[in-house]
Design a protein around this ligand. Structure first.
Ligand code: FES
Length: 479
């Protein structure tokens, strides 16, 4: 099975049952998870303001000292902040979990994408696939260290060198409306126009910076935009390669292919808690600021976390070097004894609905504000939710994107968010509200009578399509 994302490799992973599969999830009590999922603006506004302040401060110092060697330290700090720490901001904002307010997530995502030389739309879909099929060969477009590892390439990555040619080549290609074959495996065709427009914007910004450098006869504009990735990408590798390098491929348990690494407060600020990578993969709905608490909740059911960056790299370097000669080798993580699962049983009924199609679900008090529960009837599953104003809603219970139970997701206002890739639906009519969801859910009449919730399983309203035509070549609807 090859790493190239093409139809053949993808089909092979599908045949082996490795694509879009069910992954192990540590048991977390529903009440704990509910607290962990709370979205907030405060922590991310504070952290983003400090982060931009540091970038601006080091840029001003660089500008003031430019022409002397004293400019080197602030410039190197600027470059690392710009080209490396933007990666975790890109990541968290891309999940839509950094802020409670969506436009803030979107704005940070676009800015950070530009800084780390990624096309925002392409990478949104790529990261969706990375979460569906983490380190599944032939499916995951974000395997950082394919085997046998390219050690020279890894060293060049410290200077962002492999990124420049690929990024600019694809920008030009996309600006002309062309897509690469691997991209067509995971991006719906309806997104191609957006990708093309954004590629032109990126190119226009770089053209403006080059013009400014020529006009001012100074390299300084390019040192601030374009060249920081040469001097500052090293920290992204130092942090980012700890996530999966040297660990198992083609397993369906994030405890075997992701690392959690203990880090000090400074590193956790710079890396936005992505050192809790195992926890993030298992519960991508949990915002970065809640990951330390999530770690405490699941650690008994996970391998020992790595004590620090140094100890982690002491494992990664020999493992990668060994894989050069023996590509089958990988680090085996020791799993703890299986813990007792505390799975909440879904509300279920085999009863025949009454003449009007109504069925009793549960007591009204069992469903709080912005809560959702699963209700099974026969072979069908429903998500029964109460929005922020206490209004009841019932929809199909399985996400239309990837067969995930929505009842393990998050209700936010009048939206329900899927736990797998943060896709969203409007509770009112089931319509899609955020990619990667393209197809809506059917909705069902639901009401509260004398303190009990009743669902009508007969009269459903049809699903809605987002104006996004799935690429027929993208298996799994772009998943
Ligand atoms: S399974 Fe992907 S958004 Fe629901």
């Amino acid at each position: 099975m090859g790493y190239t994302l093409n139809r053949e490799n993808s089909d092979r992973a599908v045949e082996l049952g490795l694509a879009e599969a069910d992954w192990y999830q540590c048991p977390v009590p529903r009440e704990t998870l509910r607290h962990l999922l709370v979205r907030k603006d405060g922590p991310a506004i504070r952290d983003t303001a400090v982060w931009f302040g540091l970038i601006l401060g080091t840029a001003v110092l660089t500008g003031m000292l430019w022409g002397s060697w004293w400019a080197v330290p602030p410039y190197l700090a600027y470059a690392a902040l710009y080209a490396s720490t933007a990666d975790s901001r890109w990541h968290e904002a891309g999940h839509g979990t950094a802020f409670r307010t969506d436009w803030m997530n979107d704005a940070l995502y676009e800015v950070a994408s530009f800084m780390v030389m990624r096309e925002s739309t392409v990478w949104r879909w790529s990261h969706t696939r990375h979460h569906s099929d983490t380190i599944i060969v032939g499916r995951d477009p974000e395997i950082a260290v394919p085997r046998p590892p390219n050690v020279k390439g890894m060293i060049l990555s410290l200077f962002g060198l492999p990124v420049y040619p690929k990024y600019f080549r694809r920008l030009v290609m996309h600006s002309f409306g062309e897509m690469a074959e691997d991209e067509m495996q995971f991006i719906p065709a309806g997104e191609f126009g957006k990708i093309s427009r954004k590629a032109r914007i990126h190119l226009a910004i770089y053209a403006g910076v080059v013009a400014l450098a020529i006009g001012t006869r100074s390299i300084l504009p390019l040192m601030f935009v374009g060249l920081p990735n040469l001097f500052g990408s090293w920290l992204m590798s130092v942090y980012g390669l700890t996530q999966h390098s040297g660990l198992a491929e083609n397993v369906l348990d994030h405890r075997l292919n992701c690392r959690t690494v203990r880090m000090n407060r400074l590193n956790r600020f710079l890396y936005w808690n992505m050192n809790y990578h195992l926890e993030h993969h298992m519960f991508p709905l949990v915002p970065y600021h809640a990951l330390p608490v999530l770690h405490e909740a699941v650690k008994e059911d996970c391998p020992e976390p790595y004590p620090g960056l140094w100890e982690t790299w002491k494992e990664i370097i020999p493992a990668v070097l060994r894989q050069v000669k023996d590509p089958a080798y990988h680090v085996k993580r020791r799993l703890p004894e299986a813990v007792a699962r505390m799975e909440a049983r879904p509300a279920a009924s085999d009863a025949e609905p009454d003449g009007g199609g109504w069925l009793e679900v549960c007591a009204g008090g069992d469903l709080g504000i912005e809560e959702v529960i699963r209700f099974d009837h026969g072979t069908r599953t429903y998500a029964v939710a109460r929005d922020d104003e206490g209004v009841l809603h019932a929809t199909d219970g399985i996400c239309t994107h990837g067969k995930t139970h929505l009842a393990t997701g998050l209700v936010k206002g009048k939206i329900i968010e899927c736990p797998k890739h943060n896709g969203r639906f409007n509770l009112g009519d089931g319509s899609p509200a955020r990619a990667p969801v393209c197809r809506g859910l059917a909705t069902y009449p639901i009401e509260e009578r004398h303190g009990r919730i009743w669902l009508n399983v007969v009269k459903h309203r049809g699903s809605h399509e987002l104006k996004m035509v799935n690429n027929p070549r993208a298996k799994g609807g772009g998943n």
